[in-house]
Design a protein around this ligand. Structure first.
Ligand SMILES: Nc1ncnc2c1ncn2[C@@H]1O[C@H](COP(=O)(O)OP(=O)(O)OP(=O)(O)O)[C@@H](O)[C@H]1O
Ligand SMILES: [Mg+2]
Length: 249
């Protein structure tokens, strides 16, 4: 059974269609990449799935339950967590307290929440940052704190919105390793959007591609990046011709 079933989801903002009739499934334990140029509708789709926006049309089923009408908090309780493309560090909280906010979804005990926060910070190899203010940390570490906070909600599925944006090459490699460990050691399914395509390629079992709100391709990562439609969406018609010529040479 699919863990997530998205069926003909559309999201309109006034006259703008940010998502149009998008359908896809994500299996238990799968890592699914979601790519597409700026403004393609990736974050909007995340917001619809995670209950931050109501959909205009369509249906979203998670773990056998229709979550289409549910708000973010209730979606999170069912085991679907997400990170935000623009991470808003809660200025007044220390790192460990930030992560505890996630843990409080499952426990009312400060002691348990703190223990869980420390365990996730340790897993993400930033145990020593717990007592810092979030704003004091470099971006790569702030991203790990965001990840820890989402993980502390005990998700079955984690939506990652550009978790590598702003990171350098070594930091990206570190993040890929961590996400692989989250997937294999913790058994959490991942849906990730990323402009860093190497990262999507390294992690994803399958990739779906959005352009101007529509799904234009779906398949194995290696096949998808060779799809002329996808090359055109990213680079324009000019490159499709060039890629075609190179193929015949
Ligand atoms: N809250 C909103 N209100 C109105 N329009 C919105 C809102 N959120 C997104 N949009 C519009 O929806 C379209 C898709 O935006 P979205 O942020 O989902 O794209 P994206 O694929 O995540 O882009 P990026 O790669 O730059 O993050 C854009 O035209 C954007 O301006
Ligand atoms: Mg986005």
């Amino acid at each position: 059974m699919a863990l997530l079933e998205v069926t003909e989801v559309s999201k309109e903002f006034g006259g703008l269609t940010a998502n149009q009739d998008i359908s896809f499934n994500l299996d238990q334990g799968e890592v699914l990449g979601l790519i597409g140029p700026n403004g393609a509708g990736k974050t909007t789709l995340f917001n619809c799935i995670a209950g931050h926006f109501p959909v205009t049309r369509g249906r979203i089923v998670f773990d056998g339950r229709d979550i289409t009408p549910l708000k973010a908090f209730d979606v999170a309780r069912l085991g679907l967590a997400r990170t935000f493309q623009i991470f808003q560090a809660s200025g007044d909280l220390r790192v460990a307290e930030n992560v505890m906010v996630g843990a409080f979804l499952r426990t009312g005990s400060r002691r348990q929440a703190r223990a869980k926060a420390e365990a996730w910070l340790d897993f993400l190899e930033i145990a020593e940052t717990g007592s810092y203010m979030l704003s004091e940390l470099p971006v790569a570490r702030q991203k790990r704190v965001a990840l820890a906070t989402a993980l502390a909600t005990e998700p079955k599925l984690l939506l990652l919105d550009e978790v590598a944006a702003g990171l350098n090459r070594a930091e990206i490699e570190g993040m890929v390793t961590l996400l692989q460990r989250i997937h294999t050691e913790k058994g959490i399914a991942l849906l990730l959007t990323e402009h860093v395509l190497e990262m999507v390629m390294a992690l994803s079992h399958r990739v779906i591609v959005l352009e101007s709100g529509r799904k234009i391709a779906e398949g194995e990562p290696q096949a998808v990046v060779k799809d002329p439609e996808v090359i055109r969406a990213y680079l324009g018609d000019h490159f499709v011709k060039r890629a075609g010529e190179a193929g015949h040479a």
